[in-house]
Design a binder for this molecule. Structure first.
Ligand SMILES: Cc1cc2nc3c(=O)[nH]c(=O)nc-3n(C[C@H](O)[C@H](O)[C@H](O)COP(=O)(O)O)c2cc1C
Length: 296
């Protein structure tokens, strides 16, 4: 039986959902899969026992988060080992494809070859809140797409996303955001009238960047801007500096009825997402048809 390891970073659960589904789909195709969570506690970068290595992350400012790039740099060297990239983002914009440029470059230097790359649209954890129905529709679509993609991986069929003109340069420019997140993170504030000292924010910070001591919060210098803290705060007590206007707080209800966005941002969502859903439907239908054909 083949073996895969996927290094996965997820701040607010969307990418984690993608990776769990992918693991299940790979295992149904006889590829035993281990998920390694990327955070400040990750210490196992060994890959020699695996036939396939994966990276999964949410797109942050058209890039892979800094913590993901740092993890790739620490990976054990390989000799042409195939590599899978899974990413989630709030928008289906093609410019999001540049997010894997730097990661692919690092992996190449380490002796890995990115052979398969997939992008799933999931609800925003920053910028604006999708409706629960829209979130459920995105999740439902991803759930149906993942078996198609796992099948390609299992069969050894390559799948890379379309290259963007000057993608490497664009991604380098966007990485200025890493510094901005670090600076902005120092100015996070917690409304102590709302705070119930549950320490949820401290626990979920992938950088261990938040300290709560003697009734006071301190924020270190290594914020990723990932919003794990502010998204998961049960009292919406966080003020996230310059990003406050884009803050999204609280988990989505993915068990809602899957349906297009209604009301807030309805027109924008129709323009921005219709093509993604239409293409996904086509891809899923083609895969199901091929499967049905084989079964006959
Ligand atoms: C700092 C930050 C930057 C983001 N930048 C983008 C972006 O460039 N493009 C996009 O479509 N979504 C962007 N998003 C939205 C996330 O990629 C999306 O909600 C993702 O599914 C979250 O995954 P997670 O729950 O695994 O953390 C951004 C979110 C954050 C917090």
């Amino acid at each position: 039986m083949k073996k895969a390891v996927i290094f996965s970073f997820s701040a607010t659960g969307n990418t984690q959902k993608a990776v769990s589904l992918f693991k299940q789909a790979l295992e149904e195709r006889d590829i035993q899969t281990e998920i390694r969570k990327i955070d400040y506690q990750l210490c196992d970068y060994g890959t020699k026992d695996f036939d396939l290595v994966g990276f999964a992350y949410p797109i942050h400012g058209f890039n892979a988060p800094k913590i993901v790039l740092e993890t790739a740099k620490k990976l054990q060297k390989a000799d042409g080992k195939p590599c899978l990239i899974l990413k989630t983002s709030g928008e289906p914009l093609q410019i999001n494809n540049v997010s894997s440029c730097k990661l692919s470059g690092i992996l190449k230097k380490k002796g890995y070859e990115v052979t398969n790359e997939y992008h799933y649209v999931m609800p925003y954890n920053m910028i604006f809140r999708h409706t629960d129905n829209m979130a459920a529709l995105m999740y439902d679509t991803m759930k149906k797409l993942i078996p198609c993609h796992a099948e390609q991986v299992a069969k050894g069929e390559r799948h890379l996303l379309k290259k963007v003109f000057l993608g490497g340069l664009l991604s380098a420019i966007f990485r200025i955001e890493f510094i901005a997140y670090q600076i902005n993170g120092r100015y996070f504030k917690v409304d102590m009238e709302k705070c119930i000292a549950c320490n949820q924010c401290v626990r979920v910070c992938p950088r261990h960047n938040i300290e709560y001591k003697d009734g006071k919060f301190t924020f270190g210098k290594s914020c990723l801007g990932c919003t794990a803290c502010s998204f998961s705060c049960p009292k919406d007590a966080f003020h996230i500096g310059m990003l406050q206007g884009w803050k999204v707080n609280g988990a989505y209800d993915f068990s809602a009825e899957p349906a297009r966005q209604r009301g807030h941002h309805e027109r924008y969502c129709r323009r921005a997402y219709d093509k993604y859903f239409a293409n996904a439907e086509k891809e899923i239908a083609k895969y199901l048809e091929e499967r049905a054909h084989k079964a006959v």
